[in-house]
Design a protein around this ligand. Structure first.
Ligand code: SF4
Ligand code: FES
Length: 352
């Protein structure tokens, strides 16, 4: 379960996966409702509770919610920009039983990172926060989101993770949803940049074996097979938005014609079991050729519905990241055209 506690955030990253229409503070679920949601999720066998946003640390009740999730038996993970992480809040979260922290970095130094985050001094605060996490004895993952504007710092970002004492770094090429889709032409790397990054990651994996685990997420636009988005629609993941909508993925609200129910109207278990929006792409019965009958149908589940919609206009189409999709060549051509375009301006994420 991914809990987007809030869409409020001091950063303005132009690749944020939040929707363009952000929820306002006054619409956020209250503490009691989040606790009920966590208990209902635990009751249907949810294993992990990921506290995210926006920036989840803007909520004063974060430690209380983490403590409740731990009491309900969930593994707890905080996904944070870390710019609000003080020593006292770190202590409060550790005492609540937080298991793991993921800190996102926008680059390897302030000169590159702060203009991407849209916040001065953000990078220095993140470095200090990573130290607090390690001093508290918690597991730390560095989220290095990479794109055309910071890929030249990839080796330094890997070193930063080692120096910060992280056990893991996730080198994640931007996935083009939400604000990232809007800013795709300014972010998408060239094929040469991607190939160089892959070589750097492979070499670092060998060199840092036993010291740092490196996960690597490649951009769909250069893939020949799609990712199994969310492990398949409504199979093992759900997301709760700040205002309480329950979604099968973070971009699901872009799909037209689907009504996503609220946890204020029905329980998590009821929505998971039979909400029409959860049923629509569950399993393989909805698939048309070439997915229907494909030997990989229960491996990648046809790829990503939101990407299929964004690039073909049809959410039920085969994800164009698949080489068997009739739209695959279009996606590849788009990547070449946009990655070599002289577009440098971002539309920074903000609540309008
Ligand atoms: Fe996956 Fe569909 Fe492509 Fe087969 S045709 S590999 S199921 S996306
Ligand atoms: Fe919605 Fe992939 S992001 S199905």
């Amino acid at each position: 379960m991914l809990m987007e506690l809030t869409h409020r955030c001091p950063l303005k990253c132009p690749y944020c996966s939040n929707p363009l229409a952000l929820d306002r503070a006054r619409d956020e679920l209250d503490t009691a409702t989040w606790k009920r949601v966590i208990s209902e999720a635990a009751a249907i066998g949810t294993l992990q509770g990921h506290f995210s946003g926006g920036e989840p640390m803007v909520r004063d009740d974060l430690a209380e919610l983490v403590g409740h999730a731990r009491a309900e038996g969930l593994y707890t993970n905080l996904i944070t920009s870390a710019v609000l992480l003080t020593a006292s809040r770190m202590t409060e979260l550790a005492q609540a039983g937080l298991d793991h922290v993921q800190i996102s970095f926008q680059g390897a130094d302030a000169e590159v990172a702060d203009p991407i985050a849209g916040l001065r001094n953000a990078h220095a605060k993140k470095i200090a926060a990573a130290k607090l996490v390690r001093e508290a004895g918690l597991a730390l993952t560095v989220n290095a989101v990479v794109h055309r504007r910071n890929l030249h710092q990839l080796p330094a970002m890997i070193e930063l993770a080692v120096e910060a004492g992280a056990q893991r770094i996730e080198v994640a090429h931007v996935q083009y949803y939400g604000w990232a889709l809007k800013n795709r032409a300014a972010l998408i790397p060239t094929r040469a940049q991607l190939d160089e990054a892959t070589i750097i990651v492979e070499a670092a994996r060998t060199r840092l074996n036993g010291i740092l685990t490196i996960d690597y997420v490649v951009p769909d636009y250069y893939a020949s097979r799609p990712k199994a988005c969310m492990g398949g629609w409504a199979r093992r993941f759900f997301n709760i938005t700040p205002s309480g909508k329950m979604l099968p993925c973070h971009a699901a609200e872009t799909l037209p014609g689907l009504r996503f129910e609220r946890v204020t109207d029905r329980s998590v278990g009821e929505i998971w079991a039979d909400s029409p929006a959860f049923e629509v792409y569950r399993g393989t019965a909805w698939m048309a050729p070439p997915c229907q009958g494909c030997p990989r149908a229960e491996i990648d589940w046809g790829g990503c519905r939101c990407q299929a919609l964004a690039l073909t206009g049809d959410a039920a189409a085969t994800d164009p990241a698949c080489g068997l999709s009739p739209n695959h060549a279009l996606m590849a051509a788009l990547a070449v055209a946009e990655s070599t375009a002289a577009i440098d301006d971002f539309a920074y994420r903000m609540i309008s």
